[in-house]
Design a binder for this molecule. Sequence first.
Ligand SMILES: NC(=O)c1ccc[n+]([C@@H]2O[C@H](COP(=O)([O-])OP(=O)(O)OC[C@H]3O[C@@H](n4cnc5c(N)ncnc54)[C@H](OP(=O)(O)O)[C@@H]3O)[C@@H](O)[C@H]2O)c1
Length: 199
Amino acid sequence: MRVLLVGATGLLGTQIKRILEPQHEVITASRKGSDVSVDLSDKASIVAMFDKVGKVGAVVCVGGAAKFAPLDSLSDGDYAFSLANKLMGQVNLVRCAIGHVDEGGSVTLTSGVLAQQPMVGSAAVSIVNAGVEGFARVAALELQGKMRVNVVSPGWVAETLESMGKDPSQGIPAAEVAKVYRRTIDETITGQTLLAAKT
Ligand SMILES: NC(=O)c1ccc[n+]([C@@H]2O[C@H](COP(=O)([O-])OP(=O)(O)OC[C@H]3O[C@@H](n4cnc5c(N)ncnc54)[C@H](OP(=O)(O)O)[C@@H]3O)[C@@H](O)[C@H]2O)c1
């Protein structure tokens, strides 16, 4: 199957690419350094990506950003950036994927633990992650029989904790998170948010 992987050069994207490549043709996308260039915050660039790539069996998105900062320092611009990037970027990815994904194929989006378990500084990120999950539920409902839509919600990833100087044993390795993304392609599920967290 042809799989379009957006955010392929990042921590999770690298592991998802590695785990999918034995069975699938993975087409990588990000702003820099991938097969196809895309900026999720720019809808025209998403349209251009699908025009270039053509039909795929699945789309996986681990790209997009949101601003992490305490409530009293988040600016109007920080909220606007976060909504336009990781939230509307992924919403627009689903909208633009219609007609470019084979019947019964899937789009997998990414939220994160901060949707359900907030912490100081996560206001914008928590809005975005919860919004992605809410959107995916209704998109799956409306696209039933045409295209499956699911979300993976990673917990803190071990390698990210390590890069922050924290204890990596409290997180889940990126390679384990990648296995959860693979399930959204292999299984016929839709409208699900799959947690990928340390057990
Ligand atoms: N790591 C964690 O602990 C963790 C926990 C929970 C949730 N998550 C979520 O998982 C996702 C991936 O995390 P990660 O740690 O793998 O991130 P990462 O290492 O920073 O990688 C992000 C990837 O997305 C691409 N990207 C960023 N902005 C983009 C844009 N506007 N348009 C297109 N591509 C863009 C980057 O490449 P370019 O910069 O070249 O575009 C890169 O390939 C994110 O949504 C993150 O919030 C991560």
